[in-house]
Write a protein that binds this ligand. Structure first.
Ligand code: PLP
Length: 449
C-alpha cells in the first residue's frame, strides 16, 4: 500500500478533525506509516520533521522506548478497570505524584482536554452550590481564549470560528481583555500590559463577582490564539483578585503543562497555585488520551457528605485508564531522572541563536519565545498564507501549521541542533518563495490551529 491507496480509503470513510474536508481536493492529507523521534514517515518513505509535536501532545519524540516499554509492561498486568468502586496501582501512584508536583490534593480523571475543562467548570459551580451559592454560575475567560470544543468548553472559548455556529447551544461566558504582550502601547512593557488587563478583570470581578464561579486562563501562552505570550505578573495578580472576590482560579495547562514553558507547570513561574489545574496533551508523552483535573482538599471536602447528590457524579468510561496512567508515570519519571528542564534550557539558548536570521527579517514581527515554544507573525499580503506556508514546508519535509499569519515551532524536546537548523533554513526559504508569488487572494484564508 502506498500513500495514494490510503488517501482514497481515508476519503471513503474518515471524517478528519478541524477540517473543511473539501479543502483536501487541493491539499492532499498525508498518510503516516511510522514515527521515530522527531520524524514521521509516510507510505512512500518521505520523512517529515514534526515541529508541532503532533498537535502539542508529543514530549519526547515518537515511539520513545521508555514510554513504549512502560505501556507494554502494564499491558501484561491490567489494561483497564472501571474506576468507580475500584482502584489500581498506576492511578494511585500517578495521583500521588501529580499532587506532590502541583501542590494540590486530589486528582479527577477524564480522557481529553475538553473533558478536563468540563470537569473543572462543573466542579467549580457545584462547589459554590454545595455552599448555598448557586448564583455563582458564570465563568470568565480571556479574549482569544481556547479551552476545548465541547458545548460547555465553548462557553469559555473565544474563537468565533469554533463557537459562533453553535451560539444557540452555548451559555455565554464573560470575556476580559487578554494580557497578550503584542497589545503593548507605546512605551509599555509586557508587565504593563498584564497589569492593565488585570485592572480590567478587577472591574468585572468587583461588579459581578457574586455571580461568577471561576476565571479560567491558559497560563503564560494562549496557544490556539497563535501562541500569544504574556507576563507572569498577570497570574500573580489574577490569584490575588480571585482570592479577594471569592472566585475560583482554573489554570488550563492542557497545552503548556509538562515543561513547555520552561517550568514543569507554567503557574510555577508566577509562584501561584490554582484552585483547579487542568492537564492533558503531554501528560502521556503523546501516547494515549488522558486528562486530569487537580484540585484542593477544600474543594473535595465540599462534596464529601451523606447525600449522594452533593457528590461529584461526573464520569467517563475510560476514567483513569491504567495504560494511560502508566504512560504518564513514565513521563514523570523521565522528568525526575533525565534533567529534562535543564537540558531544554540549554537547547533553547542554542536555538534562539540559530533562529536569529528569522528574528531579524523585516517581514517578521513579534518574534517570541518561552521554554520550548517559538512563534512570530509574518507580515504577508497573502490571504492564503497559512495554507501556502504549510504546503511548501511539507514539501521540504517539515510539519508546521501556522495559525493565520503566526508561524510557530513547538517541537518534541528531543529536537537537536541540526533539526532546528533545518527548520529555520526551510522557513527562511519558504518565506522568500512566498514573497515571489502573489498567492490566490480569493481563497478562504480562515485560520485553523
Ligand atoms: C488542546 C487544548 C484543549 C482541548 O483539549 P482536547 O484534548 O483537544 O479536547 C483545551 N485547552 C487548551 C489550552 C488546549 O490547548
Amino acid at each position: 500500500m502506498n500513500n495514494a491507496d490510503w488517501l482514497s480509503r481515508t476519503h471513503q470513510h474518515v471524517w478528519h478533525p478541524c477540517t473543511q474536508m473539501k479543502r483536501h481536493e487541493a491539499f492532499p492529507l498525508v498518510p503516516i506509516r511510522r514515527g521515530d523521534g522527531i520524524w514521521l514517515e509516510d507510505f512512500n518513505g518521505k520523512r517529515y520533521l514534526d515541529a508541532v509535536s503532533s498537535w502539542w501532545v508529543n514530549l519526547f519524540g515518537h515511539g520513545h522506548p521508555r514510554i513504549k516499554n512502560a505501556i507494554k509492561q502494564q499491558l501484561d498486568e491490567l489494561e483497564h478497570v472501571i474506576l468507580a468502586g475500584f482502584t489500581h496501582q498506576p492511578v494511585v501512584e500517578l495521583s500521588e505524584k501529580l499532587c506532590e508536583l502541583s501542590g494540590l490534593d486530589r486528582a479527577f480523571y477524564g480522557s481529553d482536554g475538553a473533558s478536563a475543562t468540563e470537569i473543572a467548570l462543573k466542579m467549580s459551580f457545584h462547589y459554590w452550590k454545595n455552599h448555598g451559592m448557586a448564583e455563582k454560575c458564570r465563568f470568565v475567560s480571556l479574549e482569544n481564549s481556547y479551552h476545548g470544543e465541547t458545548v460547555g468548553a465553548l462557553a469559555v472559548t473565544d474563537v468565533p470560528l469554533f463557537s459562533a455556529t453553535y451560539a444557540e447551544l452555548v451559555k455565554p461566558g464573560i470575556r476580559v481583555p487578554t494580557p497578550d504582550t503584542r497589545q503593548a502601547r507605546d512605551g509599555e512593557s509586557s508587565a504593563d500590559v498584564a497589569l492593565r488587563a488585570a485592572g480590567a478583570l478587577e472591574n468585572v470581578l468587583a461588579k459581578q463577582g457574586h455571580a461568577i464561579a471561576a476565571v479560567i486562563v491558559e497560563p503564560l501562552v494562549q496557544g490556539a490564539a497563535g501562541m500569544a505570550m504574556y507576563d507572569p505578573v498577570y497570574l500573580s495578580r489574577l490569584r490575588e483578585l480571585c482570592d479577594r472576590y471569592q472566585v475560583h482560579l482554573i489554570a488550563d495547562e492542557i497545552a503548556v503543562g509538562f515543561g513547555r514553558t520552561g517550568s514543569l507547570f507554567a503557574c510555577q513561574q508566577a509562584g501561584i497555585t490554582p484552585d483547579f489545574l487542568c492537564l492533558s496533551k503531554g501528560i502521556t508523552g503523546g501516547f494515549l488520551p488522558l486528562s486530569c483535573v487537580l484540585t484542593t482538599d477544600k474543594v473535595y471536602q465540599a462534596f464529601y457528605h451523606d447525600e449522594v447528590s452533593r457528590g461529584f457524579l461526573h464520569s467517563h468510561s475510560y476514567t483513569g485508564n491504567a495504560l494511560a496512567c502508566r504512560a504518564a508515570l513514565e513521563v514523570l519519571a523521565m522528568f525526575a531522572e533525565e534533567n529534562v528542564l535543564d537540558n531544554n534550557r540549554q537547547k533553547a539558548v542554542l536555538f534562539n541563536d540559530i533562529l536569529t536570521p528569522l528574528r531579524n527579517r523585516p517581514d517578521v514581527r513579534h518574534f517570541r519565545h518561552v521554554g520550548m515554544i517559538w512563534a512570530f507573525d509574518v507580515d504577508s499580503p497573502r490571504a492564503d498564507f497559512a495554507q501556502a506556508f504549510f504546503a511548501a514546508m511539507l514539501q521540504r519535509g517539515c510539519l508546521v501549521r501556522p495559525i493565520g499569519k503566526t508561524v510557530y515551532f513547538m517541537p518534541p524536546y528531543c529536537i537537536e541542533t541540526g533539526e532546528m537548523r533545518k527548520l529555520c533554513e526551510d522557513t527562511l526559504a519558504v518565506l522568500d518563495d512566498l514573497r515571489q508569488t502573489e498567492g490566490d487572494l480569493s481563497k478562504d484564508s480562515t485560520a485553523l490551529p
